[in-house]
Design a protein around this ligand. Structure first.
Ligand SMILES: Cc1cc2nc3c(=O)[nH]c(=O)nc-3n(C[C@H](O)[C@H](O)[C@H](O)COP(=O)(O)OP(=O)(O)OC[C@H]3O[C@@H](n4cnc5c(N)ncnc54)[C@H](O)[C@@H]3O)c2cc1C
Ligand SMILES: NC(=O)c1ccc[n+]([C@@H]2O[C@H](COP(=O)([O-])OP(=O)(O)OC[C@H]3O[C@@H](n4cnc5c(N)ncnc54)[C@H](OP(=O)(O)O)[C@@H]3O)[C@@H](O)[C@H]2O)c1
Length: 457
C-alpha cells in the first residue's frame, strides 16, 4: 500500500479537522500524520480566541480532543514552523504539508492617532484575556470611557468583556491575572462604532442579544440610527438574521436607557451606527483623548456615504476590532494584500501566477481569510484533503521517512517539544487548579510553565 506521510502545521480546528477527515476517508494509502503547533497547547483560537464566557463553544475542544486521542496523529507542540522547523525539513521527511496556521494579529486601521497610548488591537486584548502565552500578563484597564471600532462578533466579544463585571466571569476559565485586572476596571461606558447601519452589521443575533442580558449594564441605542432606507428595509424583510437583529435593537429602543436617559446600571454599552472612523485624538502626552468620526448615511445599495458632519466622543482608550490578518510563513507564498496563502481550493499557488506549488496545501483562515465559524473549517478541510489525495503524482519523495527522523531532528536543535501525553498532563493540571474554586479550569499562562508541566519536569 502506498504510504502518505503528511505534516500539518497548526493545531487549530482547521488542522485537526484536516487530519481527521484524511484518516477517516482514506483507505487507499497507509497514512501517518504529524501535527506541528507553535504553542504548547493545541486548539488554536478555540482555546485562545473564543471568549471565556462562551463555554458551549469552548466545548468544541472536547470533539477536537477526541480526534487527537484516537492515537493515530502525533503532536509536536511548542514547535514553530519557520524557526524550529523549515519547509526543507518537511520535504526531507514527508510527502506533503498542509498549512493551517490561521490568523492571530489585527488588521491595521489607517487613521491618524491610531498609535496613541491607549489605542489597542482587539486581537491583542483577546489574546490577553484568553491567557495566550506570548502576550504580556498586564493590561492597562484605566479608562472610564472606551471606544470599540467595528461591528463584527469580535467587536461584541471585547465590548462584552470590557463592560461585564469581573465577578460574573469568575465561573469561567479566565486566568487569575486577567480577573485581578478586570475587577479593578474603572470603566463606565463602552461605545461601539459601526461605519454602516443596523441592517449591515456582521455580528450575529445570539451574540447581540447576550449584551442585553449583562448584569448591571444598560444598552444604549440612538433613535437617529433607525431611519432605515429602502435597502435596509429590504434586508430586514428578506434575511432572518437581520430581522432578528433589528427586533433586538428595536426592543432596546423602547427601554429607559435609550439615548442615555433613565438607565440605572453602573455601566453602559452604547451602540452607534453610521460612524466612519476619522481620527484618534491625542492629548499633549500622546494619550487617547477622543474618537473623531464622520456621520455617514446609507447610499441605497447597502453601503454608506459621508455626510460631512464631524463628531467627537471623549474617551480614554480605543480598541479596533476591524478584522484579523494572517502572517507569512518562511518559504511559503503569501498574499500580502489579503493576508492569506494564495491557493486554488487549498492547493497552494506560486505568488503572482496560477502555477501550483507541488506538495504544499492550505486550509482554514490562512487559506480563505479570517472570516467564518469553527464549523466552516471542516468544509474547508474536506476540499483541501480531496485535492491532496488526488494529487498523489506530485507529492514529494522524502529522503528520510522514518518515524524517528523528526524527533531526532528536533532534539538535535534543542527544541523542547511537547506531545499528546504532555497536553493531557497540562490539561489535568489546569482542571485540578480550578477544582477547589469550582471552576472548570484555571489556565496556565507562561509558556515555560506550560512546557515544563507538559514535559513532566
Ligand atoms: C476572538 C474570536 C472569537 C471567536 N469566537 C468564535 C465562536 O464563538 N464560535 C465560532 O464558531 N467561531 C469563533 N471564532 C472563529 C474561529 O475561531 C475560527 O473560525 C477558527 O479558529 C479558524 O481556525 P484555524 O484552524 O484556521 O485557525 P486558528 O484557530 O487560528 O489555528 C491556527 C493554529 O496554527 C498555529 N500556528 C500559527 N503559526 C504557526 C507556526 N508558524 N508554526 C506552528 N504553528 C503555528 C497557531 O498557534 C494556532 O494554534 C472566533 C474567532 C475569534 C478571532
Ligand atoms: N461568537 C461567535 O460566533 C464569534 C465570535 C468572534 C468571532 N467570530 C467570527 O470570526 C470572524 C471574524 O470576526 P471579526 O469581528 O474579526 O470580523 P468581521 O465579522 O469581518 O467584522 C469586521 C467589522 O469591522 C468593520 N470594519 C472593517 N474595516 C473597517 C474600517 N476601516 N473602519 C470601520 N470599520 C471597519 C467591518 O465593517 P463593514 O462590514 O462595513 O466592512 C465589520 O463590521 C467572523 O466570521 C465572526 O463571525 C464568531
Amino acid at each position: 500500500m502506498t504510504k502518505l506521510r503528511l505534516a500539518i502545521v497548526g493545531a487549530g480546528p482547521a488542522g485537526i479537522y484536516a487530519a481527521d477527515i484524511l484518516l477517516k476517508a482514506e483507505r487507499k494509502f497507509d497514512v501517518s500524520i504529524d501535527l506541528f503547533e507553535q504553542l504548547p497547547a493545541p486548539y488554536g483560537l478555540v482555546r485562545y480566541g473564543v471568549a471565556p464566557d462562551h463555554p458551549r463553544i469552548k466545548g468544541i475542544i472536547t470533539a477536537l480532543r477526541e480526534v487527537l486521542d484516537r492515537g493515530d496523529i502525533r503532536i509536536f507542540g511548542n514547535v514553530r514552523f519557520g524557526e524550529d522547523i523549515t519547509l526543507d525539513d518537511l520535504k526531507h521527511h514527508y510527502n506533503a504539508v498542509i498549512f493551517a496556521t490561521g490568523a492571530i494579529r489585527d488588521t491595521d486601521l489607517d487613521i491618524p492617532g491610531i498609535d496613541a497610548i491607549g489605542s489597542y488591537g482587539a486581537a491583542d486584548f483577546v489574546s490577553w484575556f484568553d491567557g495566550h502565552p506570548d502576550v504580556p500578563r498586564e493590561w492597562p484597564l484605566e479608562a472610564a470611557s472606551v471606544a470599540v471600532i467595528g461591528n463584527g462578533n469580535v467587536a461584541l466579544d471585547i465590548s462584552r468583556m470590557l463592560a461585564k463585571h469581573a465577578e460574573d466571569l469568575l465561573p469561567t476559565e479566565i486566568p487569575e491575572n486577567v480577573y485581578e485586572i478586570l475587577k479593578d476596571s474603572p470603566v463606565t461606558d463602552v461605545h461601539v462604532f459601526g461605519r454602516r447601519g443596523p441592517a449591515q452589521v456582521k455580528f450575529t443575533p445570539l451574540e447581540l442579544r447576550e449584551l442585553g442580558e449583562l448584569r448591571d449594564v444598560d444598552m444604549v441605542v440612538y433613535d437617529e440610527d433607525f431611519d432605515y432606507d429602502e435597502a435596509s428595509k429590504a434586508a430586514i424583510a428578506s434575511n432572518k438574521q437581520v430581522m432578528v437583529i433589528d427586533r433586538v435593537l428595536q426592543a432596546w429602543r423602547k427601554r429607559d436607557s435609550v439615548n442615555n436617559t433613565g438607565g440605572t446600571a453602573s455601566r453602559r454599552l452604547h451602540l452607534h451606527f453610521y460612524a466612519k472612523p476619522l481620527e484618534v485624538v491625542k492629548d499633549e502626552e500622546g494619550r487617547v483623548a477622543a474618537f473623531r468620526y464622520e456621520r455617514t448615511r446609507p447610499d441605497g445599495e447597502g453601503g454608506v456615504e459621508g455626510t460631512g458632519e464631524i463628531r467627537e466622543v471623549p474617551i480614554q482608550a480605543i480598541y479596533r476590532a476591524v478584522g484579523y490578518f494572517g502572517s507569512p510563513l518562511a518559504g511559503v507564498p503569501f498574499d500580502k494584500r489579503h493576508g492569506v496563502i494564495p491557493n486554488h481550493e487549498g492547493q497552494v499557488l506560486r505568488k503572482d501566477s496560477n502555477e501550483r506549488v507541488p506538495g504544499v496545501y492550505a486550509t482554514g483562515w490562512i487559506k480563505r481569510g479570517p472570516v467564518g465559524l469553527i464549523g466552516h473549517t471542516k468544509s474547508d478541510a474536506m476540499e483541501t484533503v480531496r485535492h491532496l489525495i488526488n494529487d498523489q503524482g506530485s507529492w514529494w519523495q522524502p529522503v528520510d521517512s522514518s518515524e524517528e527522523g523528526i524527533p531526532e531532528l528536533l532534539a538535535s536543535r534543542g527544541v523542547q517539544w511537547t506531545d499528546l501525553a504532555g497536553w493531557h498532563r497540562l490539561d489535568e493540571h489546569e482542571v485540578a487548579l480550578g477544582a477547589p474554586h469550582e471552576r472548570a479550569r484555571i489556565k496556565v499562562v507562561p509558556r515555560d510553565e506550560m512546557v515544563s508541566i507538559s514535559r513532566g519536569e
